[in-house]
Design a protein around this ligand. Structure first.
Ligand SMILES: Cc1ncc(COP(=O)(O)O)c(C=O)c1O
Length: 403
């Protein structure tokens, strides 16, 4: 197989994003003939023992990587992160109704809005249910150095006496380049943390740093950034919160479509219906590789080293580059977003940004344009990227400044 062009290209797309070449080479072989079985992985029955072993191995490796205790189930689902915007809400409402035996009426659900993706999840919650409470909106603070990121103790949380059904947040905002500092969310008031199920969208930073699974009810992520190809969404959920929604159905929230019911997936080992075989397979290869390479702690060190190179360069040239996240501690280690300023006006300049994107493309550094909704530049340095790739970006930033 010819990998020459690939070897010369630095793909910094935000997702679907680059995957390790050795993983893809193994997957290519697996598509043709999986383990000498004479048939490819995408041609296997999902009921075969071969596939069941494959998914079990993927699950075990993920458990090791994230230190996931046995009280948590791991579900391999479809529908993307977007489906989880609805599924997390509905399943947590069912868990709440079950726990409270249908007493007490519709509970509040709390949402932390820190950027585009949590904003979308909040919007979906409001479409499906009320009362939905936005406990804080950090979007106005992110780009403004004079507006600190308020501590969770100051957020407008529902009172624990109201028995909120969940608190939702997004750990890393892929579009806005905002990432909560590790364990920031643990600063929630003690009683609130003990009593309210906490749901995290970790789609774009999973496996780049440890997550304290035990302090969450649900951690979910789509595969297509730090894990594998698009098509599988992984949900880690505390088993005691997984209930039969039809046994406790209340009129204040909609019935849950069958494929979104966590209990169906949990009771059937993610094989309630045909699962996304190929992305599960490739994700599993990625998990194995990460285990062999030293796990999440090592991935975190590598991510930090890569991101530091680029952020240091931004800091050195405030006349040219402006990070979109003003608060250094909250800058994403995965999605590094910044604007390029006009030399005269010192305002963000789309034409300068286009010039930088062009320079990158001429040097085979691709997919660095910011998300269409916010513009600017976005350098995504996920686990599959290397220090050399970050060095190449920095050398292009230097070249851009000189020119
Ligand atoms: C943090 C985050 N959450 C959710 C999503 C939505 O995922 P999907 O497109 O798989 O529905 C994305 C997609 O980029 C994301 O970055």
């Amino acid at each position: 197989m010819n990998t020459d062009a690939r070897a010369q290209t630095v793909n910094l797309g935000a997702g679907p994003s680059m995957l390790p070449t050795d993983v893809l080479m193994e997957a290519a072989q697996g598509i043709i003939d999986y383990g000498g079985a004479g048939i490819g992985v995408t041609e296997l029955s999902h009921r075969s023992s071969t596939f069941k072993n494959l998914i079990m191995q993927a699950e075990n490796d993920l458990r090791t990587l994230l230190d996931i205790p046995s009280e948590y189930a791991i579900l391999f689902l479809q529908g993307g992160g977007t489906e989880q915007f609805s599924a997390t809400l509905l399943n947590m409402l069912a868990a709440h109704a079950s726990k409270h035996n249908g007493q007490g009426g519709a509970p509040p659900v709390d949402y932390v809005v820190s950027g585009s993706w949590s904003g979308k999840a909040y919007k979906e919650a409001r479409r499906l249910y009320e009362p939905v409470r936005q406990v804080v909106d950090l979007r106005k603070n992110i780009g403004d150095a004079t507006q600190p990121i308020p501590a969770p103790s100051t957020w407008n949380l529902s009172s624990v006496d109201e028995n909120p059904a969940m608190l939702y947040y997004c750990d890393n905002e892929t579009i806005d380049g905002f990432e909560f500092t590790q364990d920031f969310i643990q600063q929630l008031p003690e009683e609130y943390r003990q009593r309210v199920p906490i749901v995290a969208d970790c789609s774009s930073n999973i496996l780049s740093r440890p997550v304290d699974i035990r302090s969450h009810a649900v951690v979910f992520f789509g595969a297509q950034k730090n894990v594998g190809p698009s098509g599988v969404t992984i949900v880690i959920v505390r088993r005691d919160l997984v209930v039969d929604p039809d046994a406790v159905q209340q009129s204040y929230y909609p019935r849950i479509p069958t494929t979104m019911v966590y209990k169906n997936a949990m009771d059937n080992g993610s094989l309630y219906n045909t699962p996304p075989i190929f992305p599960i397979y490739v994700s599993g290869l990625g998990f194995r590789k990460l285990v062999e390479e030293g796990g999440v702690a090592r991935a975190q060190e590598r991510a930090h080293a890569r991101a530091k190179l680029v952020y240091d360069k931004l800091e050195q040239h405030p006349d040219v580059f402006k990070p979109t996240v003003a608060h250094a501690d909250f800058r994403s280690q995965m999605n590094l977003t910044f604007r390029i300023l006009d030399a005269n006006t010192r305002e963000p300049s789309e034409s300068e940004e286009a010039r930088f994107v062009k320079l990158c493309e001429e040097n085979k550094v691709v997919q660095v344009k910011g998300h269409r909704s916010v513009g600017g530049i976005r350098i995504s340095l996920y686990n599959a990227s290397t220090l050399e790739m970050a060095q190449k970006v920095v050398s292009l930033m230097d070249q851009f400044i000189k020119e």
